[in-house]
Design a protein. Structure first.
Length: 174
C-alpha cells in the first residue's frame, strides 16, 4: 500500500502522531475518546440544576393565598422567597408574604403575596435564592450533594487520565 494510505477511521494527524510516540493510534484514540466522554458528562450534570428546590413535606391547601406544611419550616419559607406551586400539573408562582409556626398543631402557615392557590395543590417548590441573601449570593444548595460528588469524581478521573497520557508521552521521549 502507498505511504499516504491510512485507514478510514484515522486521520493523517493521528497516524503521524502515533508514529512519533510509538503508541498505537487506536490506543490514543481510545484515551482521547474517554476524555471527551468525561467532559461531555459535565453538561449532563449542569443541565439538571434548577432554580427550584422541591419541598419534601407535602403542603395542605388552606385558601387562595395560604398553605400549611408540617413542622417548623419558617427557615425555608422566608419573607420574599419565590414559591412555585404545583396545582395538579399547572404551576403558579408567588412570593412568601409571611410565614409563621404554630407549636400547638405543629404546622407552618405560609401566606403568599398573590391569590394563586387552589384545592388542587399537590407540591411546593421554593427558590434556591433566598430573598434575605445578598443579590449575587447563591446558596450551596444549588446542586445536590450527589451531583457535587459526581463532578469531583469526574474531575479526578480526568486528571488521572491526563497524568497517564503525559507519563506515556515522556516515556516515549517526545
Amino acid at each position: 500500500m502507498p505511504a499516504f494510505y491510512r485507514e478510514s477511521t484515522t486521520t493523517r494527524f493521528q497516524v503521524r502522531s502515533a508514529a512519533k510516540l510509538g503508541l498505537p493510534s487506536a490506543w490514543l484514540d481510545g484515551e482521547l475518546n474517554h476524555l471527551i466522554n468525561l467532559l461531555n458528562t459535565f453538561t449532563s450534570i449542569t443541565q439538571n440544576i434548577s432554580v427550584w428546590a422541591f419541598h419534601a413535606v407535602p403542603p395542605t391547601f388552606s385558601d387562595s393565598d395560604t398553605f400549611t406544611v408540617a413542622g417548623d419550616q419558617t427557615d425555608v419559607f422566608t419573607v420574599g422567597r419565590a414559591v412555585r406551586s404545583n396545582l395538579n400539573g399547572t404551576y403558579a408562582y408567588a412570593h412568601v408574604y409571611t410565614s409563621s409556626y404554630a407549636a400547638g398543631p405543629g404546622v407552618t402557615a405560609v401566606n403568599l403575596d398573590d391569590t394563586v392557590l387552589t384545592a388542587a395543590l399537590t407540591e411546593i417548590y421554593y427558590s434556591i435564592i433566598d430573598a434575605t441573601e445578598a443579590e449575587s449570593a447563591i446558596p450551596v444548595t444549588i446542586a445536590r450533594q450527589a451531583d457535587i460528588t459526581n463532578l469531583q469524581t469526574l474531575i479526578n478521573n480526568l486528571t488521572t487520565r491526563i497524568d497517564e497520557l503525559e507519563l506515556q508521552i515522556r516515556r516515549k521521549g517526545v
